[in-house]
Design a protein around this ligand. Structure first.
Ligand code: ADP
Length: 257
């Protein structure tokens, strides 16, 4: 594995231990994520994708293996992590604005500069006039946009996205994923997306990492190069290469179901 990776995972093993026994989830799993890259992880349900993100986020500790960091400035400090889940987890007792600034408030970083940044994102993504509303007055798509703005407000270096669109209906899913993809690319963030939707992975990611069934190991990695001028996820689905990638992924996944 080359040293150009921002984050390199090598030989990661992980098992859950319960009263009913041991479940081995990750088996000598190795891959890397490059600075500024949008990588997607696909794999059968229950293979260990969420466990893997929890390990990268530092919420779980691997039994074996190493995670090393190689920042562009040569430092080795662990990247600031932003974590976005399937559900928005917005607090109903706070306004939308007070939700998106909550992390900054807790970290005592609610500076004028961060407020300006948050206000710009709220305005760019159609939420400005909903700032003072409660989350239950927002549509599902607006809530996920608010959840992303809350995550970006803290200026993370690595965004972990665990099926962030899967609770949305198909049309909303396409438009929210387009916005989120645009926002991530515009800010140059490094992102790691878990999805079970192969088309979504192809239309959003620079590279797809395919995991085997549990205990998960990396089955293959597929770099995605689409010849479309407009890099929106909807346009990507019309790229001439799209079907080829889909069939390739389908072949890789069909033995793992
Ligand atoms: P995925 O995200 O790919 O669907 P998960 O990482 O959520 O998979 O889970 C991988 C496996 O670990 C599953 O078989 C799941 O049942 C098991 N698992 C997940 N969390 C726990 C836990 N806290 N205790 C015991 N087993 C767990």
């Amino acid at each position: 594995m080359t040293d150009s990776y921002l984050l390199s995972l090598r030989d990661i093993n992980y098992s859950y231990h319960t009263l009913f026994g041991e479940t081995k989830v990750l088996d000598h799993l190795s891959f890397g994520v490059k600075e500024g890259e949008f990588a997607a992880i696909v794999g059968p349900s229950g293979c260990g994708k969420s466990t893997l993100l929890s390990i990268i986020a530092g919420l779980l500790h691997p039994e074996d293996g190493t995670i090393s960091v190689n920042n562009p400035d040569g430092s080795f400090s662990y990247p600031r992590i932003g974590y976005m889940l399937q559900h928005d987890h917005l607090f109903e007792w706070r306004s939308v604005y007070n939700n998106v600034t909550l992390g900054l408030e807790i970290q005592n970083r609610l500076t004028d500069e961060r407020k300006d940044y948050v206000n710009k994102l709220l305005s760019d993504y159609g939420l400005e006039q909903f700032k003072d509303k409660r989350p239950n007055e927002l549509s599902g798509g607006m809530k996920q946009r608010a959840a992303l703005i809350r995550t970006l407000a803290l200026d993370p270096q690595l965004l972990l996205l665990d099926e962030p669109f899967s609770a949305l209906d198909y049309q909303t899913r396409l438009s929210v994923s387009a916005d989120i993809c645009h926002l991530i690319r515009q800010t140059g963030k490094t992102a790691l997306l878990i999805t079970h939707d192969l088309s979504e992975a192809i239309s959003l990611a620079d590279r797809i990492i395919v995991l085997s069934k549990r205990p998960a190991t990396v089955k293959c990695e597929l770099p995605i190069r689409l010849t479309v001028k407009d890099h929106s996820p909807v346009a990507a689905r019309n790229a001439p290469e799209f079907n080829g990638y889909f069939n390739q992924l389908w072949e890789e996944m069909k033995d793992e179901g």
